[in-house]
Design a protein around this ligand. Structure first.
Ligand code: IPE
Ligand code: IPE
Ligand code: MG
Length: 240
């Protein structure tokens, strides 16, 4: 039962590949953009529930470095979504003490898009509840590459020794945390360049449910399933 799940069985970090907006819309005879619009409403529901459930950081894959390949009108709609989302929900995020951050390179977006995201980050920066991290123009390979370029520069300039540890490596990434639970909606069983380093020991849940139908209850079901998993990190658990 929900209330009985121990805190130690609650993941600290949850990452979601929010997939299936387009297929959901198409199945309803709607344009793909209608799926993205409904998907943004789900972000609100899922973020509030994740915060209630004591998750520390929720990372949502909103736009990948490969999504620029999509038709111009879809990309342009996706660029407008952050503005629409924050206009509608920033007050609720504030009321719930949620802190917004992002992972990825904002520079490639139109200035208006980058601006609304930065404003949401600034406005919520003193909140002490859950961190809601939007992975936007995010690609894990690019993230690793940028981190290693920075590291190489530091070594070359003599600012540090060439003695990187796994923990320090993480600090060169947009997302330094290990992921406890990774969820992908809409049936595809792949990672699509998301958090490759950080999911080394993540529990994974792939659900058929499309993102526009992924609600609080769907998140609760994933958390319930997570609470029954035995994580061993290469060692042995108590039962063995
Ligand atoms: C996820 O839904 C949203 C983004 C990738 C921006 P999709 O747009 O990938 O929807 P499908 O997978 O084509 O149904
Ligand atoms: C992954 O979904 C990216 C996001 C959810 C933002 P895609 O729909 O882009 O992934 P592929 O193309 O099916 O692998
Ligand atoms: Mg997709």
């Amino acid at each position: 039962m929900k209330g009985e799940i121990l805190m130690e069985h609650t993941p600290k970090t949850v990452a979601i590949i929010m997939d299936g907006n387009g297929r959901w819309a198409k199945a309803k005879g709607l344009p793909r953009t209608a799926g993205h619009k409904k998907g943004a409403d789900q972000v609100r529901d899922v973020a509030l529930e994740a915060n209630r459930r004591g998750i520390q950081k929720l990372i949502l894959y909103a736009f990948s470095t490969e999504n620029w390949k999509r038709p111009e009108d879809e990309v342009s709609y996706l660029c407008k979504l952050p503005g629409m989302f924050f206009n509608k929900f920033i007050q609720e995020l504030m009321d719930n003490n949620i802190r917004v951050t992002f992972a990825g390179e904002l520079e490639r977006f139109p200035e208006s898009t980058a601006k609304v995201i930065r404003r949401a980050v600034d406005q919520t920066s003193h909140n002490t509840g859950m961190e809601l991290c939007l992975a936007i123009n995010y690609g894990s390979r690019r993230e690793i590459l940028l981190g290693m370029q920075k590291y190489a520069d530091e070594v070359a300039s003599g600012a540090r020794k060439n003695d990187l540890s796994e923990e320090e490596f993480s600090n060169y990434l947009f997302v330094p945390e290990e992921i406890d639970l990774l969820i992908r909606t809409s049936g595809e069983v792949r990672i699509s360049n998301f958090l490759l380093w950080q999911i080394a020991y993540a529990e994974m849940i792939f659900t058929e449910r499309p993102w526009p139908e992924f609600d609080e209850q769907a998140l609760d079901e994933c958390l319930e399933e997570y609470s029954h998993r035995h994580r061993r990190f290469g060692g042995l658990d108590d039962e063995n």
